[in-house]
Ligand binder design. Structure first.
Ligand code: HEM
Length: 479
């Protein structure tokens, strides 16, 4: 019956089993990218995959993508993950249902404002200095100066997010086996497989009734204790660290004083910092690794980026500040192009919460309640119509003054998503990436060595993020 409905509206279908077997073989975002490209060539706006419990609609048409993510946001306001409100780790921005998400997002948006970013810059600078020094000592220890750069980047971003979100030193640059790092990494130990998690949003009432938990109880316990200790310690001793935790504590105190209906409780703070860590750690560390990898493969681009950094620093007394890293225009282009070529979050999802229609050049299509809509970010970023020779690394694409530059529609570039549910950490991620790259380029030169992979393949087991199967090793020398 369902199949007839979609067929009668001219929507092609792919078997659900085939879709799942595809995404088990290739990384989910890359597999969706292939489907997107085929749809684009066939000028088909959608493709649907059906199962008895779930309808998945893969979008190709740019107008429909804008509709779902921006114009008709109220009809597609959630990602459809299962959220157990008795488990604080679940109740974060990424997973929350619309009714909870809306007031929380309003409250949390100022946490990432430019003023707050400026305030946490010194904390970030401190961790970045440690990172740059660690690169040097590791380089000196290693024969030939060949470094497992992916590992150092992962330890650095663990420390950054630990420091600016939780407000504690994870210390994983110095000690890769530190307790906080080991517990932090367990965030990714789901009780379930992510596919089950994704399907689970559809039987919320049943799962809530049985109080099914998504994360292991010891992880929830660890983070709850950690956050409550930090809050208690800071409140008792009147300590401020100018980090995200400070702002969250201020919001909590404000809510308690004003007796707000939707108050920021300890549980909600635990959920948010856990969410920031989950969403921010791997995405940022993969991006940093991919930028260094691309710069090692393109020495002339690396040189140009280094010149850009040196020139800006020269004009500002060789100091890294919140303001001057924003002037590093070419470095920004390098980061933008890396996020296009290897978007660390290669797709995003929305669920239809109110039956509605999407209009394409082929006519109007009614979308039934509960339809899961997939937005193939990786596929859009590799569409040769928008990005000629899409597999090439060309930062000039983001230079409005160049012939090739910025010729793509603005919605065809979305490494941080689009619309009201766009990544809340975008500003922090960009600041982290720009500062760390600027400091590394100022001090070191990166090149390929025999251990550097010739090309990247992405791990299908990491369904939500684009993670290289190959370990990225680069040769590093002082400049
Ligand atoms: C290069 C780094 C990053 C990339 C590429 C990235 C990408 C994304 C994408 C694609 C989404 C989904 C947006 C959508 O569905 O439209 C998202 C959501 C989110 N990201 Fe990021 N992210 C990054 C870093 C961070 C950082 C550093 C944090 C926090 C400290 C963060 C926190 C979040 C949160 C909380 C959400 C959910 C937003 C909501 O639903 O309201 N992300 N991110």
């Amino acid at each position: 019956q369902k199949l007839n409905y979609w067929r009668s509206h001219g929507v092609k279908n792919i078997s659900f089993i085939r879709l799942i077997s595809n995404v088990l073989k290739r990384q989910m975002g890359v597999a969706l990218g292939d489907i997107y490209q085929q749809l684009y060539e066939e000028k088909e706006p959608f493709k649907v995959a059906l199962s008895p419990f779930l309808t998945v609609l893969i979008l190709q048409d740019m107008e429909s993508i804008k509709d779902v993510m921006i114009k008709q946001f109220e009809n597609f306001p959630e990602r459809g993950f299962y959220t157990n409100h008795r488990d604080p780790l679940n109740t974060n921005l990424i997973r929350l249902e619309y009714e909870w998400w809306r007031p929380l997002r309003q409250k949390l948006t100022p946490v990432f404002s430019p003023a707050k970013m400026q305030a946490i810059f010194p904390t970030l600078l401190k961790v970045t200095e440690l990172f740059a020094s660690k690169v040097k000592t590791t380089m000196e220890e290693e024969e030939n100066g060949e470094l497992a750069i992916y590992d150092l980047c992962a330890r650095f971003t663990t420390d950054v997010v630990g420091s600016v979100a939780f407000g504690i030193e994870f210390n994983s640059l110095e000690d890769p086996n530190s307790q906080a790092r080991r517990q932090g990494l367990k965030i990714f130990d789901y009780v379930w497989h992510p596919i089950l998690d994704s399907l689970a949003g559809h039987y919320r009432a049943v799962k809530n009734f049985f109080n099914i938990k998504l994360f292991k109880p010891e992880i929830s316990g660890f983070f709850r204790k950690l956050v409550s200790n930090i809050i208690e310690y800071r409140q008792k001793n009147g300590i401020r660290r100018e980090d995200l935790m400070d702002t969250l504590i201020e919001l909590k105190q404000h809510d308690e004083r004003s007796k707000q209906e939707f108050a920021l409780s300890l549980e909600l703070i635990v959920g948010q910092v856990f969410g920031f860590f989950g969403a921010g750690f791997e995405t940022s560390s993969n991006t940093l690794t991919y930028v260094l990898y691309e710069l090692a493969r393109h020495p002339e681009i690396q040189e140009k980026a280094r010149e850009n950094v040196k020139e800006v620093l020269k004009n500002h007394g060789n100091e890294f500040t919140y303001e001057n890293i924003r002037e590093m225009q070419y470095l920004k282009q390098v980061i933008n192009e890396t996020l296009r070529l290897h978007p660390p979050a290669p797709y995003t999802v929305r669920v239809c919460r109110q039956p509605c229609s999407l209009t394409t050049k082929r006519g109007s299509l009614k979308i039934p309640l509960g339809t899961k809509v997939m937005i193939p970010i990786y596929g859009i970023h590799h569409n040769p119509q928008y990005y000629p020779q899409p597999h090439l690394f060309r930062p000039e694409r983001f230079d409005a003054n160049m012939e090739l530059g910025c010729k793509f529609p603005s919605c065809a570039y979305m490494p941080f998503g689009l619309g009201p549910r766009i990544c809340i950490g975008e500003r922090l991620a960009k600041m982290l990436l720009t500062l760390s790259l600027a400091m590394l380029l100022q001090r070191y030169r990166f090149s390929c060595c025999p251990a550097t992979p010739k090309e990247l393949h992405f791990d299908p087991r990491k369904m939500l993020v684009l993670s290289s199967k190959e370990k990225i090793v680069l040769k590093v020398e002082t400049v």
